[in-house]
Each structure stands twice: as structure tokens, then as C-alpha cells.
Write a protein that binds this ligand. Sequence first.
Ligand code: SF4
Length: 349
Amino acid sequence: MTRAVRVGGLPIGGGAPIVIQSMTNTDTRDAEATLAQIHRLEEAGCQIVRLSVYDEGCIASLPAILQGAHVPLVADIHFNASLAVQAVEAGIHKLRINPGNIGNARRVAYVADAAKAHGVPIRIGVNSGSLHRDILAKHGGPTPAALAESALEEVCALEKAGFSDIVISVKATSVQTNLEANRILSRSVDYPLHLGVTEAGTRAYGAVKSAAGLAPLLLDGIGDTIRVSLSGDPVPEVAVARDILRAVGLYHEGIEVISCPTCGRCGIDVAGMAARVEEATRHVRIPMKIAVMGCIVNGPGEAREADMGIAGGREYGLLFVKGKPMKKLPIGELLPALLEEVEAYLCRN
Ligand code: SF4
């Protein structure tokens, strides 16, 4: 198990539930726009939000942003020790830096001392696109070993400054490199790991690539916090991250809709009904599985693990509970009956 690091009171690592995070893409100097995006991320279920802090204008915005946000915030800072220290003094909950680009040992110690004095952890992040030339030459490219070695060098720089409140991330655009680099790190250190596939792409492909890159690690018990990187608005990243955790059995809150792919036997609009179930049950927090299946021949059996569901037919369909048929109903009454059953279940639980 990794050691625990606390980010504004929220634990990462040490066996705590995996934390979902994202990053704003507004100009941090615009406190109002940044805060509005943070609030949208919070509403979507994001638990930590990172911001780019690249100049004094961003630092000037931090007090208002910190005051208006309800989740811990991380300042993403490159090349500038002074900005990192100012962000810490403004009350930021975590820093994301690379000691290697912050400067010499004296500058790294300057940041580490400030972070330590304020109880602020530091994430060091190594990406396949930003490895030092000497490491690339030694390993012949951005290999898993190169990424892991670079991350461990950054960790070493902080440890030499007497700092150990560290989270590590190594991210590659290649899923295979990403997997192997994180496996090496997980064998080498007990610091919490922040997982993500960097520059995963646009919404649909990026979601698939992130799932491919994160699920094998999560299933092996590797990873303490995740960020899905999708081009564009960051808010959809949160739902994708949650769905990845749900799919690997690490997120249990709310409704999971199980729906069949449909085939020639299908008697109802499975996709439309499944979408309406998702929409109508978005407020539900208790864990529950609801199935929407296309036919009564295989539907209830295929969805035996669901708490309840419907299965279509030509004129009539079934409402079933735990795979057992409960009511035979005309097709038009199936969905209302299912939603009534869900409400009744919620009242009982
Ligand atoms: S549940 Fe029925 S309609 Fe859906 S895929 Fe299976 S056999 Fe086809």
C-alpha cells in the first residue's frame, strides 16, 4: 500500500478511495471564469482541481479562486520557484512542479521548505514529451525505464531537500509505455501514484485510450488518483474517470445502467430507454444496477446481476427483479413501471 498524502484534508493513497481530478483550461488570471469552471467540475463530481499558475497575474487571482472553490486546488507551476512559494503562501493545497525545471538545489529547497511549512504536498510529474536529453540518450527514447528513472530523480531532488510529502505521476501518450512505467514505479517507491494517459485525444477516443491505459493498473491495485485528459472542456473528463473506476469495481455510488447491444430479437428502443433511465436516476447516490434489455428470451437471464430491469417484446415486455420476471406489461408501460419500481426501492433502502 502507498503512504497517504493529504491535499487540503482529502487523503490520496494509504488505501483511501481513488480520487478523481481534472484541470481548468480557463486563463487563471480571470478569476471569475476559472471559478465558474471549477464549480462546473465540482458539480460533475471532481474532487481536486488543478490550475496553471504561470505569472504574477495568476497569483493575484488565487485568493478569490481559493475562497470560492469547495474542493482542494493544485497550482501547476514550471520554471519559477518564486511563483511556487507565492502560491503556497496564498493557500494553495498542492503544488505540481518538476524540481528539474525549477532550478538548482537551493531553489528546490526554497520551494520544499515553503511547502513543508504550510503542509502542502508536491506532485512531481514526468511526461514522455518532456524527458531530459541525457535520459533519452541513455535509454534510446522515452521508454518506461526512462520515465521511471526521470521521476525517481525528481523525487530524489525533493528528498535531498528534506521533503517527502510527494505524489508521483509518469504519463506517456503510449498506453503500453504508461502501463510499464507505472508498474516500475509502483515496485520502486511507496509514494501515491497519480495516473493518466497524457494527451489521450478527443472525447470519444480519449475516453477509450484512457480506459485502456488506466484499467489494467487499477485492477492490479496501482494508482491513488486519476485524471482523464481529453481535448476541450474538462468537465466530461470527470464522468469518464468515474465510469472507468465503476467499470473496474472501484466506484460504487449511483446507478449503473446495463443495456444490451440489441439484435434481431429486440422489441424496444433500448438505447432511448437506457438514456432515459440514466437521466431520471442521475440524482441517486445509493449503488444500484438497472438493466434495459431488448427481448424477453435472453434479457432477464443476461442481466441476472442487475437489481431490476425491463426486457422488451413485440407487444408486451417484462419487468424483472434479480433476473426473475415480476410483471408482464404493454411496451408503453415498461419504462414508467421500471422508474416507479426504482423509486419504491429507494424508499425501502
Ligand atoms: S437481450 Fe435480447 S435483444 Fe438484447 S442482445 Fe440479447 S438476445 Fe438480443
